[in-house]
Ligand binder design. Sequence first.
Ligand SMILES: [Zn+2]
Length: 291
Amino acid sequence: MKEKGMNGVRTRDIVLGVAGIALIGGIGYGGYSFYQLSKEYDQTREALEAASGALEVERQTNAQLSESLSAEQARNADFENQIGSISSTVGKLDKLQNTDPQVLAKYSKVYFLSDTYIPRDLVTLASSSGFEASRTYKLTQDAAVQLEDMFQAAENDDITLKVASAYRSFNEQGGLKSTYRVTYGKGANAFSADQGYSEHQLGTTVDITTPAIGGGFVGFDGSEAFTWLNKNAWKYGFVLSYPKGNTYYVFEPWHWRFVGTTLAEELHSQNIHFYEMDQRKLNQYLIDYPN
Ligand SMILES: [Zn+2]
């Protein structure tokens, strides 16, 4: 009995013990599982956090990159604009540097071109353009090209224009003055060497005549040639330096100066003469010259 009883007790204890162990084990296992799960959860959460952190970093990085890209693009556009404006300015400066400021300068009885001045690119005009076949007439390249075109256009309108005088060096002026004196007597001092002197030394200015008046200057103001020039010369960049009633010199209808087509057109549209325009304003057309 005792054995049995003892056995009974022991059996019950064993049962309880086993159950207890199972329970504890179960709890323990559960706890372990919970621990495992929560550990995995933590790891997952950390991984997620890390991942989302990385995503956030990436997002921020992308935002920064995109911002930087925009800024860079803006900078490039700005830079391109600057380059554009710089190269345009450089182009203009370069052009100005290669343009002789004397070509648009006003000369007077007190302001002369330097006696050492020689135009850079003198060329000889076609012999058909000169009044005397045996003489050579020279102008700067730009003026010469436009003059030949102008003479051709006049010829197409049945007006014959001839050059009586073109480029004259400083030293040629003295000799010319006496020639004019012979032709015009004492009045020679009123023009020739005294006036228009510098403009001829520029190599951009011509005295024009026409066979209709015998190749001289007397009566030129009443000639068809003069009428034609007044109407058309500006299209070729030529202007009348000393019109009737000007304050600089006496009227010289035969004396035409090349100032570039842009300026000549502007003077024509404003209906003013070259010497009436302010020198600072004239200088602005150096950018366009010889156009
Ligand atoms: Zn002249």
